[in-house]
Design a protein around this ligand. Structure first.
Ligand code: FES
Ligand SMILES: [Fe+2]
Length: 475
């Protein structure tokens, strides 16, 4: 049913041998849309990446000056601040931004600084009657108009001045609240360009934050985010997922300057595993899920129930698991998944929006990562949210505040929120990342050497970063 001509990512000597993601799409039980079939690759060359970018405070200062003010940033989710007067404090580098929900449910973003003597207006997210500085009590209305100051007789010189809080631009997309300091950037959708429309199919705007954890990682924000841009480290770092994750068959696609994706097939075994059958795939996933992982809300079927599929079907596991997910999620939230592709019910759609966030695609609970520089060049704050689809006809619940995992605790200390299996995967990543940061500082040649295809998203990220550094961007 899903004919594809000409073949794209198959039978090429610059791709992993074996069943490709495109082959899996051809066997999908539903009609597969073009946005999954179509590859979007670009030759990113083979140049090494300078380590300076990860370890130099001077480089970080240049990022702060040239890049961060000139991009759209993901500052919050709608469900973090549902009611008028709700606020979110979003700190990025040396700047603090204050988001405020308005009476008409729009959102305004202000620089989070009192115009009197510079105290941060708010230090915590949460509801605010008005925006009143805790130092001397200068206060503002929710819409940023100046309200009053104690001892007004001493501030007559301000009466003729505009004391409104200076604003940033705000846009809202798929439940994300985005801000930029640059008043000339195109709208978010135009800025991202082709590829952004894929999300129209996944409707993350009708999802809510089911879990939200953060942890400070002792490594540069780019080193950490790049560890989530390729799947092939699974062979050594995450061997427990190889039975049901086709790690080296991952498709990597690049779009414009600001978007790329990895689609890592699930319900199919790694090409590194030989001589196993489809029941091995089902069993491996069941073992991984073990006691109730949140990602496992993706695959709750009984592996012994073949859902009417042929036991000899070479894609049996994908078909069984996709159908199990369709059934389970429809029962859970009342949405209709009957036309959803096997791929979108199963696979890992790790999209990254430049520079520091990853809102996963697909139709099952979606992970959202965000990585922010934190304190110095050797640390970042990594956040993980799980977006759950709001049950049909219901209002999305308000986000519980982020659970900040203490520095001396592993992700598995938050297993009750994100599930033991997923937390275990992050803890495996954390066994590398501090040592990446340390190791880079010992490099005698000062460069990293990347794979040509499987690490093409990292090259793509750096190409865009370079464009900010050399002044090509913002356009
Ligand atoms: S610093 Fe805010 S009122 Fe004085
Ligand atoms: Fe990993």
């Amino acid at each position: 049913m899903n004919d594809l001509s000409p073949p794209q990512d198959q039978n090429r000597d610059d791709r992993c041998p074996g069943t490709s993601y495109t082959d899996m799409l051809k066997a999908d039980t539903r009609r597969v849309p073009d946005y999954l079939f179509a590859e979007s690759t670009e030759d990113m060359g083979d140049a090494p990446i300078p380590i300076e970018r990860y370890v130099s405070e001077d480089w970080a200062r240049l990022e702060s000056e040239k890049m961060w003010p000139n991009i759209w940033q993901y500052a919050a989710r709608e469900e973090d601040m549902p009611e008028p007067g709700d606020t979110v404090v979003y700190d990025i580098n040396e700047k603090s931004i204050l988001l405020v929900r308005q009476k008409d449910h729009s959102v305004k973003a202000f620089y989070n600084v009192c115009l009197h003597r510079g105290r941060k207006l708010r230090t915590e997210s949460g509801p605010a009657v008005n925006l009143r500085c805790p130092f001397h009590g200068f206060s503002w209305h929710h819409d940023g108009r100046f309200k009053e100051a104690p001892c007004a007789w001493d501030f007559k010189h301000l009466e003729a001045k505009d004391m409104s809080l200076p604003e940033l631009r705000v846009e809202r997309w798929q439940g994300f609240i985005l801000v930029t300091e640059n008043h000339d950037l195109p709208s978010f959708r135009d800025w991202v360009g082709p590829g952004v429309e894929h999300y129209d199919n996944w409707r993350l705007g009708e999802c809510y934050t089911g879990a939200w954890v953060g942890r400070v990682i002792p490594a540069n924000w780019k080193a950490v985010s790049e560890a989530f841009m390729e799947a092939w480290h699974s062979i050594v770092t995450h061997p427990q997922i190889l039975g049901f994750t086709a790690d080296a068959n991952t498709r990597y696609d690049l779009y414009g300057d600001f978007l790329n994706r990895a689609i890592t097939p699930a319900g199919a075994m790694s090409p590194h595993i030989k001589g196993k059958d489809q029941f091995y795939v089902l069993k491996s996933l069941e073992e991984f899920i073990g006691g109730g992982d949140s990602r496992a809300r993706r695959a709750t079927g009984d592996p012994a129930d073949l859902k009417g599929f042929d036991a000899d079907d070479p894609m049996l596991a994908r078909k069984v698991l996709a159908q199990a997910n369709r059934d389970a999620f429809a029962a859970m939230n009342g949405h209709d998944y009957s036309d959803a592709t096997d791929s979108e019910m199963l696979d890992n759609f790790t999209y990254n929006v430049f520079p520091n966030w990853s809102p996963w695609g697909g139709l099952v609970p979606n992970i959202v990562y965000r990585w922010r520089p934190w304190g110095d060049v050797d640390h970042c704050l990594m956040e993980v949210r799980i977006l759950m689809r709001t049950p049909k006809g219901e209002k999305p619940p308000k986000s519980a505040p982020m659970h900040l995992i203490p520095d001396d605790q592993p992700f598995s200390s938050a297993s009750h929120l994100i599930g033991a299996a997923l937390a275990g995967v992050f803890d495996q990543d954390m066994e590398n990342l501090p040592y990446v940061q340390e190791g880079m500082k010992s490099s005698p040649n000062g460069v990293l050497e990347l794979g040509h295809y499987q690490e093409s998203r990292i090259r793509h990220f750096h190409r865009t970063l370079e464009k900010f550094m050399d002044g090509t961007l913002p356009a």
